[in-house]
Ligand binder design. Structure first.
Ligand code: ADP
Ligand code: MG
Length: 580
């Protein structure tokens, strides 16, 4: 049987892992990296680049690159790059396709099944969108798993008799997610989740970039509007500097000149202390979600037994210190914070496959949002519409099914219209409309004819609705025909065909394209003299690639690599990707 892979499909970075007899292991990508940036590019030749090469390309050709699209999963928003329009599902599908190819190269055989993680707060539309992205990549999604659950699984909090309350603190590139996971009689259960959808490492990078630009008299907002390429380069510089300051006390950032050009600028020293002072106010925003997640789980801080750090931004010493202060204990950081989720997904994949290594593990999860329908209320003579009638409460253990009956309000009424919502507000207006449907064929008769509706959250946190007309016992399943948002079945099939048509570069050339992207980016940063030299090297390498002569490619590649390594020395990608 083929291996099921575990995938962390992240906002900033993605990773793929599988379960071995010794536990879960990360599968490296074509560049040897353990993380693949969730960036997709369409190069001038119309080929797709994914990962580190696309991330480098984004610095020089932002108009041909897309990133952060996980934020728009399940929405109607589209992204146009290089003249082609993509849905967030398409783009996520291309990232998944690249991870699938990495796993296939690793196993030397086709891989078609995966467990994919999503934030615990992902609603039904977003979960279905993730399953659709899997299909676009040619993967059967065996299970959608909540990210905090995956993290807890990776740390092996299960199968042990001890009962524990674990707090999963996940500060990634663009989002902050905090969840309380309870280990109880050898099972894991997400008790509550909260988060901040616009708080993460990118905000720290931007805070640093704003200071850097200000120091040459360029306010960040204005620079973003008028000098987008300069901003892209400064951001790239600042991300590197930020990561370096997690290990070292000080580093330098290249500040652009007044014309915005890095080549005409200078180097400025930045210290860890300074960076911490600048980001402290932003980091303060973790407190509200933490309070909420504890309140939802009906717990106080002292009741938390373990804290797990997840997400690349938890590598920052200031973040670890804040967590220690908030919970009065040392958080777990044994596993790489940006790999934990993929590792947990790989364990779950082993569970789906009934791998002997994870025999006695049981994982349960809870519904992410309250599910209900719209009802009207009578106030004396007056009928008011738009009230939310909860059917399955938030944080109920899944899978779960509830049946609720509705009656006709008029004599000879043959149809009942039902609107299904997800959310926590008393008014449907403030909740998410998942879809609406009509139950038809109710036999004519007096008012009060009953229709029983079964609402189910399956193991993936995905909703199914089934209606039965009590008098006739006629049942209609999958009744949410008119989805409010997200792709229809036909649209998914079309997306599968469209994305199949998009070609990538042969796998053994990926390193070359990464090297080229990185060289192009460096080109724009250098002063005139080395820049001319680099230009000549790039030309030579491109000509060699064109010629398809291995000897020539090897020679030009080596020369270019040598130059890039020399001038871009401390710019190593934090995701561990390399072209060597
Ligand atoms: P996501 O879950 O959003 O896909 P990750 O968990 O991979 O993302 O986190 C990515 C973020 O972590 C980026 O903003 C990156 O700059 C940051 N990061 C990675 N390594 C470090 C480090 N050593 N120090 C500080 N920030 C880091
Ligand atoms: Mg993540």
């Amino acid at each position: 049987m083929d291996s099921i892979i575990g995938i962390d499909l992240g906002t900033t970075n993605s990773a793929v892992a599988y379960l071995t007899d010794d536990g879960p292991t990360i599968i490296p990508n074509a560049l040897g990296g353990r993380l693949t940036p969730s960036v997709v590019a369409l190069d001038e030749g119309g080929r797709v680049l994914v990962g580190a090469a696309a991330k480098e390309y984004q610095v020089v050709r932002p108009d041909r690159c897309a990133s952060l699209f996980k934020r728009w999963m399940g929405s109607d928003r589209t992204v146009t790059i290089g003249g082609k329009t993509f849905t967030p599902e398409d783009l996520s599908g291309l990232v998944l396709r690249s991870l699938k190819a990495d796993a296939e190269a690793f196993f030397q055989r086709p891989v078609t099944r995966a467990v994919i993680t999503v934030p615990a707060y992902f609603n039904d539309t977003q979960r279905k969108a993730t399953i659709a992205a899997g299909r676009i990549a040619g993967l059967t999604v065996e299970r959608i798993l909540n990210e905090p659950t995956a993290a807890a699984i990776a740390y092996g909090f299960q199968g042990v008799d001890e009962n524990k309350v674990i707090l999963v603190f996940d500060l990634g590139g663009g989002t902050f997610d905090v969840s309380v996971v309870e280990q109880f009689d050898g099972t894991l259960e997400v008790r509550s989740s909260a988060g901040e959808t616009a708080l993460g490492g990118e905000d720290f990078t931007r805070a640093l970039a704003a200071r850097v630009l200000e120091s040459v008299g360029l306010p960040f907002e204005r620079a973003e509007a008028t000098l987008p390429l300069v901003v892209a380069r400064v951001l790239q510089q600042c991300e590197r500097a930020k990561c370096q300051l997690s290990r070292e006390e000080s580093t330098t950032v290249r500040v652009p000149g007044a014309d915005g050009e890095l080549a005409g600028g200078k180097e400025v020293a930045v210290g860890r202390e300074q960076l911490q002072k600048w980001i402290a106010p932003i980091l303060g925003r973790i407190e509200t979600p933490i309070r909420r997640v504890l309140a939802d789980a009906r717990l106080t801080r002292e009741k938390i037994d373990e804290v797990i750090l997840v997400g690349g931004a938890t590598r920052m010493p200031l973040v670890v210190r804040r967590v220690r202060e908030l919970f009065g204990k040392e958080p777990h950081g044994r596993l790489n914070p940006d790999e934990v989720v993929a590792l947990g997904a790989a364990v779950q994949a082993g569970l789906v496959q009934r791998n002997a290594a994870v025999n006695d593990l049981v994982v349960t999860d809870v519904s992410p949002f309250t599910l209900g329908v719209e009802v009207s209320k009578e106030y004396g003579q007056e009928i008011q519409n738009g009230f939310f009638d909860p059917i399955i409460d938030r944080n109920t253990v899944i899978p779960v099914s509830r049946v609720k009956s509705y009656s006709t309000m008029q004599p000879n009424q043959t149809t009942i219209s039902i609107k299904v919502y997800q959310g926590e507000s008393r008014k449907t207006q403030e909740n998410l409309l998942l879809g609406e449907f009509d139950v038809t064929g109710i036999p004519p008769g007096p008012k009060g004819q009953e229709v029983a509706i079964r609402f189910t959250y399956d193991l993936n946190g995905v909703i199914e609705v089934e209606a039965t007309i009590v008098a006739t016992k006629k049942t209609v399943s999958h009744v949410i025909a008119r989805h409010a948002k997200g792709l229809s079945e036909a649209a998914i099939r079309k997306a599968v065909r469209d994305m199949e048509k998009l070609k990538t570069h042969p796998r053994d050339e990926e390193k070359n394209h990464y090297l080229l992207s990185r060289a192009e980016r460096l080109y724009k940063e250098l002063a005139a003299a080395p820049r001319r030299h680099l230009g000549a090297l790039i030309d030579g390498f491109e000509a060699a690639l064109e010629s398809r002569e291995p000897d020539a490619i090897g020679r030009h590649r080596e020369a270019l690599e040598y130059f890039v390594a020399e001038f871009d020395a401390d710019n190593d990608d934090p995701t561990g990707n390399s072209y060597e």
